[in-house]
Structures are given as C-alpha cells and as structure tokens.
Design a protein around this ligand. Structure first.
Ligand code: FAD
Length: 447
C-alpha cells in the first residue's frame, strides 16, 4: 500500500513518521517543493533575534535522517501541480525540471499556508521580506549581516508581526508598524488591547494603525513605505499581514473548500474524496465551542492532524474533536493568551454572551515580582456555558490559559469552572487564580 504526502513540514512529516512507526512495511512518499523539512517556523523570530545562531538550528530532523533512519521516501525539490482523484494519481515537477507522475492508495494534502502579500508597487523590492519558512529566515539574517539596518517598517500588527518587532528591537533596530484598519489586535478585549499598546509605546515601537498602504519605493539604499497620509523611511520592510491556506491543488481537483477557502475535512481529516486527507494549515477544523467549521492555522493542530491521518491510514481510525483556538504569544515582555470565543464571535455564533474584565496579580500580592494580569472572560447567559477567555500581562500569563482550554474541551459551565481545583503557591499566583477570580465575577452576571 502506498501513502503519498504533499508537503514536508509539521503536518506532512508528523504523518510520515507516525505511519512508518505504525507500519514499517507501508510505502511512504513525501513530496516537498522546498529543501527544508520538519523545522520550527515558530522559532524563526527568536532565531533572527540572535545573530550568533544559525537558522539551520531550527531543523527538528534533517531530510537525510527521515530517509536513512525511518526509510521514508522523502523527495525534496518536488512540487506537486495536480491531483487526479479519478485515477488516484498526482503529477508535478521535480528539482531537475523533469515532470513526474505517481499513483497513491491514500493521499495526504499537507501544503500549509502562504503569507499574504499586499498588491502594492514595491512589494518585490530587495529588502522587503515575509516571514514564513527557513528560506525567508535565511534571507532576513543575511540582509541583517550584510547591510546596516537601523530602521524597519513592519506591515501588519498580528502575532508574527509583533514577535518580529521584539526580535528586531533586540538587534537595536527601530520599529514602526503600520496597517490599514484602526485598532491593535481587534479580537482582543478593548482594555486588554490597551495594555498591549501601552507596553509597545513604552518600548518605543511606532504604531500607525488606520493608514492605507499605497506603495514601497526605493531611494538609494533606503526604502520608504508610503500610505495615503504618511510615509515611513526605513532600511528594511517585513510584511506580516496573515496567511491564506494553500488549497489550490484541492480546488482544481474538485475537492470541497470551506472557511477562508481552506480544504473542508471531516472529523477524520477526510476531504470530500474519502481516500484523500488534508491536515494542517491548509485544512479547516471544527470549533469545540460552536461545533461549526473554522480555520485557525496553528502548529499543534497541524502535528496532531498529521498523526491522526497516519493512524487512520494504518487501520486505527482516529476522530479529532476539534480546536478551541487556544493561542499564546509574547511581544517584548507582554504575554497575550486566548482560548475559545470573544464576545463578538459568541454573538455571531448565536450565543447570548455576557463578559467580565478583571485585574489580578500574577503571584501572591506580597511575593516579589507580582505583576498585574488582565483577564476577560465570556459566558453564555442562556446555558451558563463558559465560552472563552483572554489574558494579558508581563508575568506568568501564557500557560494559565490551558486551564480554560481544557474547560472548553469538557464543555464546562462557568459554575463548574469556578470549582476547578487550580494550584496555588505564592511564587506562582494568588490563592484564587486570576481565571477563577474572573469566573466568580462572571457567575454573578449569569445568574
Ligand atoms: C514566524 C512564525 C511563527 C509561528 N509561531 C507559531 C506559534 O507560536 N504557535 C503556533 O501554534 N503556530 C505558530 N506558527 C504557525 C505554524 O508554524 C504552522 O501552523 C505550522 O507550520 C503548519 O504546518 P503545516 O505542515 O500545516 O504547514 P507548513 O509548515 O506551511 O508546511 C507546508 C509545506 O508544504 C509544502 N508545499 C506547499 N505546496 C506544495 C506543493 N504543491 N508541492 C510540494 N510541497 C508543497 C511547503 O513548501 C511547506 O514546506 C508560526 C508560523 C510562523 C511562520
């Protein structure tokens, strides 16, 4: 039996490794258009911050290790151009420009997502970068090594943009950030977003939201980012305005697409053609709170979905429940965490949301280093269910959100969450964890 996988990063290589471990006799072929496989994209900003580190440090397992130790037929430099479901074949172009055609018994599409590039003049100029894969990381590090970069403009203010702001500041580069829509992190509760904004102001980051980009122009060695009502001079531009799923192969093959044009899959990761699976950033998933389809491209889901497909292909069917959209990131010292729905998302999903915002301490009040934590929590007036929570702060915020993630998975009510036996000791939190304080307040509004 032959299992063919398109894409050799988180979802694709997780599936390949797991399938070989499950069944060493299975023929596993991975086709990857690039030359890097199985690397930590999430660590790229932190690697860029450290000039002494090699970008190749981010390779989790080398292509040769997959080939030699696991006997996976991994073909780098192979781009798949078409899937022909009726013939159970795929075709594409190999590194030496020859075309190839392969049959499969099971196929996994794990093609990930691509950075969105605004359609403006100057987007392809030297010194303008996206941050998606190791090749991008190499390009940025080389540019920083060979050019005097004192000023960078980051287009976008999402989590990767904000991680890059911190990374480049660590290299003594002044940062301006710009985006067309007003508001920093619009999905975040207003008061929480205000804390993040204040922190970025204190770090000297120029935040220019509400400015429509027009073009990027080159002036000698320098670049200028021009919007309708301002211009920003810089030596380098980072474009980080989000990603879109690589679903073109699936679309052309007639597979059903879903939210944000991601590939539609069921709980077993099967597409609308049962022997073709899709996993990772290219595919949708079910939201644990709404039970509706959603598209939230994050690393754990990609790895988990890759495993699940491998198990199913090897005869041990796995059904994935879904995701709660749990995410954390930091920018400078500020940590941001969320899980579940925001008030707006809950309204759109048909709930009757009620929310609270509280301020608590990250450690026992009198323990040295205690810092404010700001929590927002949303519950459903009609059912009493916990719907989501967010938190920001500079100390011990990120991992706290995992309690909420588990509660959402268990479909707990706010009342049940108030009874959770969360840990306490002075260095780690107040007696009542900030999320318990929020839940207690929310409960008062729900009854
Ligand atoms: C800078 C950065 C920071 C991040 N930080 C976090 C974080 O902190 N936490 C988190 O959860 N997630 C984070 N992510 C997201 C996370 O990296 C992705 O969710 C994860 O990599 C998705 O894995 P994937 O295998 O689905 O897709 P990808 O990693 O995009 O891999 C897809 C692969 O498919 C290949 N491919 C595409 N089309 C073809 C084709 N036609 N033929 C052959 N090969 C093809 C591509 O070359 C690529 O190697 C971050 C991402 C970036 C870029």
């Amino acid at each position: 039996m032959r299992f063919v996988i398109i894409g050799g990063d988180a979802a694709g290589m997780s599936a390949a490794s797991r399938a070989k471990r499950n069944n060493p006799e299975l023929e596993v072929i991975v086709l990857e258009q690039g030359h890097d496989v199985s690397y930590s994209a999430c660590n790229i900003p932190y690697n860029i911050a450290a000039p002494e580190r090699e970008i190749d440090d981010l390779v989790v397992r080398s292509a040769d290790a997959f080939r030699q130790k696991q006997e996976i037929d991994l073909r780098t430099g192979h781009r798949v151009d078409a899937i022909i479901p009726e013939e159970k074949t795929i075709s594409g172009i190999a590194q030496d420009n020859s075309s190839f055609r392969l049959s499969y018994d099971h196929l996994l599409i794990a093609t990930g997502a691509s950075p969105i590039r605004p359609q403006i003049d100057g987007i392809d100029l030297p010194g303008v970068f996206v941050v998606k894969n190791l090749e991008d990381g190499r390009g940025i590090k080389e540019f920083l090594k060979t050019r005097q970069v004192r000023q960078c403009v980051i287009i976008g203010m999402g989590y990767i943009a904000l991680e890059m702001a911190e990374a480049l500041s660590e290299r003594a580069i002044a940062i301006d950030m710009i985006k067309p829509r007003k508001g920093l992190l619009p999905w975040l509760d207003e008061n929480l977003a205000h804390q993040v904004r204040t922190h970025l102001d204190e770090q000297g980051v120029g935040l220019h939201d509400g400015h429509t980009l027009e073009k990027i122009v080159q002036q000698g060695e320098q670049l200028q980012v021009i919007s309708s009502d301002m211009h920003l001079d810089c030596d380098m531009v980072i474009v980080a305005i989000g990603v879109s799923p690589n679903a073109e192969l699936a679309r052309q093959a007639g597979l059903q697409l879903s939210v944000s044009d991601s590939i539609s899959v069921d709980h077993q990761l099967r597409t609308s053609v049962p022997e073709i699976f899709a996993a990772g950033d290219c595919a949708d998933s079910y939201h644990l709170v709404t039970d509706e389809k959603t598209w939230i491209p994050l690393a754990l889901r990609a790895n988990r979905a890759g495993w699940a497909v491998a198990d199913t292909v090897c005869g041990h069917p796995v059904r994935l429940a879904g995701i709660a959209g749990t995410a954390v990131f930091k920018t400078f010292a500020m940590q941001v965490a969320r899980s579940g729905l925001t008030q707006d998302e809950a309204t759109k999903a048909g709930f009757e949301p009620v929310s609270v915002q509280i301020q608590a301490k990250s450690r026992a009040g009198i323990y040295p280093g205690a810092q404010p934590i700001y929590v927002a929590m949303v519950g459903d007036k009609a059912t009493g269910l916990l719907l989501g929570a967010q938190a920001v702060g500079t100390d011990q915020v990120a991992h706290r959100i995992n309690a909420v993630a588990v509660a959402l998975q268990a479909k707990m009510s706010v009342m049940e969450f108030t009874q959770a036996d969360l840990a306490y000791a002075p260095p780690f939190g107040p007696t009542w964890d900030p999320f318990l304080i929020a839940a207690n307040q929310l409960l008062k509004k729900l009854v």
